[in-house]
Design a protein around this ligand. Structure first.
Ligand code: 2HA
Ligand code: ZN
Length: 271
């Protein structure tokens, strides 16, 4: 079987196209990585050879031997669906944890996204709490980013606002939202700050930039971002209607929601 025909490639093409169509990935904005096990690759005969090797610039030993399907640096989500063999690469983290071997893709010389350290650090952090952790996705959802200008960067306050915008929010992100300070993208420092938040949250706000989200498959991770951004859109629409909230979902109702859907809401964020 050829890797291009795999469900992993189908998933990454679908999710990048949908994210672009939603307006979250202007130019080269956004990146996604999907963790794949050696066993899941055994039937693909075109992923065995090492084509090139990349320096990671940090120690990723905790995911040594694991494969990651990841979008290329400078590449456009808009194009992934029409040029997947150039814009997506399948890399394996080497045993020393310091490099990634390219096994498939990046055919015109690309390399992994500049945010790959943040992706790997986030995978590592999440795997400690969730053995089904598979996907890290970053993009630029407009209303969510706008809130990082108009709202205080306070995790409890922002989580509560988003929870109260629709009944779905608490069910989809019961932990709430993590927020890091504004930092320069593409650095190990922003990767470490993001990963530190990932031990508690599945969603992290990068103020004035975008969102990082994690999950066990591409649909779930994309759905998480969609739900957060929908809450932010409702918030924006409320402001456009004058901002006067006459009634909302109470804390008591949030607790009932959590119970009804069998999720554990972050009690630090409830009254
Ligand atoms: O991949 O969005 O944060 C381009 C970006 C960097
Ligand atoms: Zn970005």
């Amino acid at each position: 079987m050829k890797f291009i025909d795999s469900k992993f490639m189908r998933d990454i093409c679908n999710v990048t196209k949908q994210s672009y169509d939603n307006g979250w990935d202007e130019r080269n904005g956004g990146n996604i990585s999907i963790r794949i096990t050696e066993d899941e690759l055994k039937d693909f005969d075109d992923v065995k050879e090492v084509k090139r090797t990349f320096d990671l610039g940090f120690d990723a030993k905790e995911v040594a031997g694991q494969y990651f399907l990841v979008t290329g640096t400078g590449r456009y989500f808009r194009n992934v669906i029409s040029r997947p063999t150039e814009d997506v690469g399948l890399v394996k983290i080497t045993e020393d944890g310091k490099h990634a071997d390219l096994h498939w893709g990046y055919e015109d010389g690309a390399k992994p996204t500049s945010e790959f350290p943040t992706h790997l650090m986030s995978h590592i952090a999440r795997l400690k709490t969730d053995k089904n952790q598979r996907v890290v996705m970053h993009c630029h959802p407009t209303n969510f980013i706008a809130m990082s200008f108009t709202q205080t960067l306070d995790e409890k306050r922002l989580s509560r606002i988003l929870w109260k915008m629709q009944a779905e929010s608490l069910v989809v992100f019961p932990e709430g939202i993590g927020i890091i300070p504004y930092m320069t993208p593409g650095t190990n420092e922003i990767g470490e700050a993001t990963a530190a938040k990932m031990s508690e949250f599945k969603v992290v706000m990068w103020p004035h930039h975008g969102i990082f989200a994690v999950g066990s498959d591409p649909d779930e991770t994309f759905g998480l971002i969609e739900t957060v951004e929908k809450a932010a859109l409702i918030f924006t629409t409320i402001q456009a209607q004058g901002g006067n909230i006459l009634q909302d979902i109470t804390d008591e109702e949030l607790k009932e929601l959590a119970q009804a859907f069998g999720v554990t809401a972050n009690s630090k964020f409830l009254k």
